[in-house]
Design a protein. Structure first.
Length: 86
């Protein structure tokens, strides 16, 4: 359960100066910190996962928002584009 700082900031519960969830806001809105994802950079080691008993492999990037929508719309080739609104 992870997210990147950009996506976390959209919740308005994230302190962009500390790069962590804002404890004062979590208390105000009664949001348990344990319900929120860990904050990881978009690029860099995000986690290691076990895949089909083939051993662990590392995830070194997060696809969120615009990047994920490109993948979802099959924009795999040089020059492919997608325009998102909203």
């Amino acid at each position: 359960h992870i997210t990147d700082p950009s996506t976390a900031s959209r919740t308005l519960l994230f302190d962009i100066n500390k790069l962590d969830w804002d404890d004062e806001l979590l208390t105000l809105f009664q949001v348990p910190r344990s319900m929120l994802p860990q904050i990881k950079p978009s690029a860099g080691h995000a986690c290691s996962i076990q895949l089909c008993n083939k051993g662990k492999f590392s995830v070194y990037g997060l696809l969120v928002d615009q990047q994920a929508s490109l993948f979802g719309q099959c924009c795999f080739d040089d020059g492919d584009m997608k325009c998102s609104f909203g």
